[in-house]
Design a protein around this ligand. Structure first.
Ligand code: CTP
Ligand code: MG
Length: 602
């Protein structure tokens, strides 16, 4: 399973350039936290300076004070040495603290940016992505990016500076001994590189397995009722166990490599120390160096290993960061297709005329779902749209709401192209009850109020009374205060639809679009609701998508869509007389009900 094919298929070269662009982008973002970054820089400089000074001071203490028996001076020097150590300790603490501060600020802003972007992206974007990927981009990828690019790079910069500083002071003290001390560095780099590559692969496997198991949990919770109904529990469990095993094996794989890596590095460093001791001992014996210099060099050599290994770790995790960054920037750079043009107009005092002119649309290029559709809904008219499953009814609404833009043709509201209308005003003017009702966690009252933020309880109750569902809601356990549960899970589908209709009506919209909004409501409630709706629809334009033709019958006009084309339109009577497709649909429906009634399930 490849989760992120875009990241996987990108060549090294493409990555290099994007890495560079990425660094520039990150540093541009970081410049916003100037003060904190300056504190990081300051602590890095302090750390480097104290790091250089401590071994040097130790060398002086040994040569000039201990070996020469200068005891009063030794006390002062020891104090200085202690202060330097404290300074080193303090600057390291400050460094860690400020790097985290910068990182978390950056992380917070990035997360907010992605989230607000997600809210503005077109529907097309969401249908082409897996939800898990998006969640991962918002939460996991941002923290990976922070760990590596922000914290990682800042600390590597610190290490780089101390590396340069240490080598410089070593050369200053004794160039020949520096050459000996550094003789081992190629070996160090070789080990680090070799392990870096293996670690990179091992980390990749870990990430893949973690993503797989997360996805499995997500999907199995979302599909829990299907899983239970089809008795798939055992199978899902088995799949999970397998993935779970693979995940822990992958983690152990990484641990094994790491466990080998550090002792190897230690060994190499020890080798350098021995070289310094041997060569330094020789220099001391011939009087070409002092004992203090040898001791200082041993300390310096120990200080070299850390920065070098840091670079190697950096190389490895940079890969992860790049993949994460690619996904994050893919989200951030996605086009907001539903942007309004410059000079978009505010819809005011809408008459409620809707027109689709020669509209052709496809979700997947080359497979049109709507073909040259022409529909004209006059202000105040209530039109039913019927047609078989997959005919393109919901797609029609998607275009009117401007969730998508047509490939060809125009969608007009009051004669204005919806592309030239302020999106907010379009969506305020048109109340839409989607096919899949979504209720947010909260009470029924809260959920209805979402239709018109700031509405009073009285307004909500008035609308429900008009719709004739007030008594029905009052009968629920806590009336309007009944908890709808997560995604409205505690309510039946029909109940959810009633609430969604109330939510739409509370808006007092010029245009009402119902997509199968009555499909799960029983026939009696539906009949009652139809009467109430008729009253509520007065003076409004309505587009009502219906599988149940009893709903369609009442409308001013009926449009039949088949296979993305308008094939018939007219009133119920006209279409019935014409012995049309509508007639066929209608007849079939009555027949199905009759057959069902005649042959009740045993
Ligand atoms: N479709 C698609 N990509 C989407 C949504 C829909 O390719 N993101 C396709 C569907 O597979 C279908 C066609 O577009 O073949 C029309 O879908 P839709 O307008 O949703 O059909 P409806 O007429 O609304 O069908 P139903 O009665 O089942 O709601
Ligand atoms: Mg539909």
């Amino acid at each position: 399973m490849t989760l992120h094919p875009s990241a996987a298929t990108l060549g090294e070269e493409a990555r290099e350039t994007s890495a560079w662009g990425l660094l520039k982008r990150v540093s541009r973002d970081l410049s916003r936290y100037r003060v904190q970054v300056a504190l990081v820089a300051l602590s890095i400089v302090a750390y480097t300076l104290t790091g250089i000074a401590t071994p040097y001071t130790l060398g002086i203490i040994i040569d000039n004070y201990i070996l020469k028996g200068n005891l009063p001076g030794l006390a002062t020097m020891s104090l200085i040495y202690l202060l330097l150590l404290l300074g080193q300790w303090a600057s390291m603490t400050a460094n860690t603290y400020y790097i985290q501060t910068v990182g978390q600020l950056y992380l917070r802003d990035l997360r907010n940016k992605i989230f607000s972007k997600l809210q503005r992206l077109s529907m097309k974007f969401f249908t082409s992505r897996r939800i898990g990927d998006l969640v991962s981009a918002t939460i996991n990828d941002t923290s990976t990016l922070n760990d590596v690019l922000v914290s990682g790079i800042l600390s590597v910069l610190g290490h780089l500076l101390s590396l340069v500083g240490v080598v410089a002071i070593m050369i200053y003290i004794n160039p020949v001994m520096t050459a000996v001390a550094l003789a081992n560095v190629p070996l160090l780099i070789f080990i680090a590189r070799t392990y870096g590559r293996r670690l990179k692969e091992a980390h990749r496997v870990v990430r893949k397995k973690v993503a797989e198991s997360t996805m499995l949990v997500e999907e199995s919770i979302a599909g829990i009722s299907t899983i239970k109904a089809f008795g798939m529990d055992e199978r899902v469990l088995r799949i999970f166990n397998t993935v779970s095993n693979e995940t822990s094996r992958a983690f152990v794989g990484v641990a094994k490599l790491m466990g080998l890596f550090w002792p190897f590095m230690d060994l190499t460093v020890t080798l350098s120390v021995i070289l310094v001791l041997a060569f330094g001992g020789y220099l001391v014996s011939v009087g070409a160096a002092s004992i203090g210099v040898v001791v200082a060099f041993i300390q310096y050599v120990n200080r070299l290993a850390r920065p070098i290994t840091q670079f190697v770790n950096m190389y490895d995790s940079l890969q992860a960061a790049l993949a994460a960054a690619e996904r994050i920037y893919a989200v951030l750079d996605s086009e907001e297709v539903e942007r309004e043009g410059i000079g978009a107009v505010e819809l005011k005092n809408l008459r409620g005329e809707i027109e689709l002119k020669n509209v052709t649309f496809s979700y997947v290029p080359g497979r049109p779902v709507l073909k040259n559709v022409n529909i004209h809904v006059r202000p105040g008219e209530v039109v039913a749209v019927v047609g078989s499953t997959g005919a393109g009814k919901t797609t029609l609404v998607n275009l009117i709401m401007r969730f998508y833009d047509p490939d060809e043709g125009q969608v007009l509201i009051d004669g204005i192209d919806v592309k030239k209308v302020k999106l907010g005003s379009l969506r305020r003017a048109v109340s839409y009850v989607p096919q899949e009702t979504y209720l947010f966690p909260g009470t029924i009252m809260d959920n209805i109020k979402l239709g018109k933020p700031g509405a009073s309880d009285e307004e909500v109750i008035a609308v429900c009374k008009e719709l004739g569902i007030h008594e029905f809601i009052e009968r629920m356990p806590d009336g309007y205060m009944t908890d709808a549960g997560e995604m409205g899970k505690k309510l039946s589908t029909g109940e959810k639809q009633l609430i969604a209709i109330a939510r739409a009506m509370l808006r007092d919209p010029a245009v009402v679009i119902l997509d199968e909004a009555l499909s799960s409501i029983d026939v009696v409630t539906e009949a009652m609701l139809r009467g109430a709706m008729k009253k509520l629809m007065e003076g409004r334009t309505g587009i009502i998508i219906a599988h149940r033709l009893s709903t369609a019958k009442d409308c001013d006009r009926i449009i039949v869509i088949e296979d993305g084309e308008v094939i018939e339109e007219g009133t119920h009577d006209e279409l019935m007389n014409a012995r049309s497709r509508y007639h066929e649909l209608y007849k079939n429906m009555t027949r199905t009900i009759t057959t069902a009634l005649l042959n009740p399930p045993k």
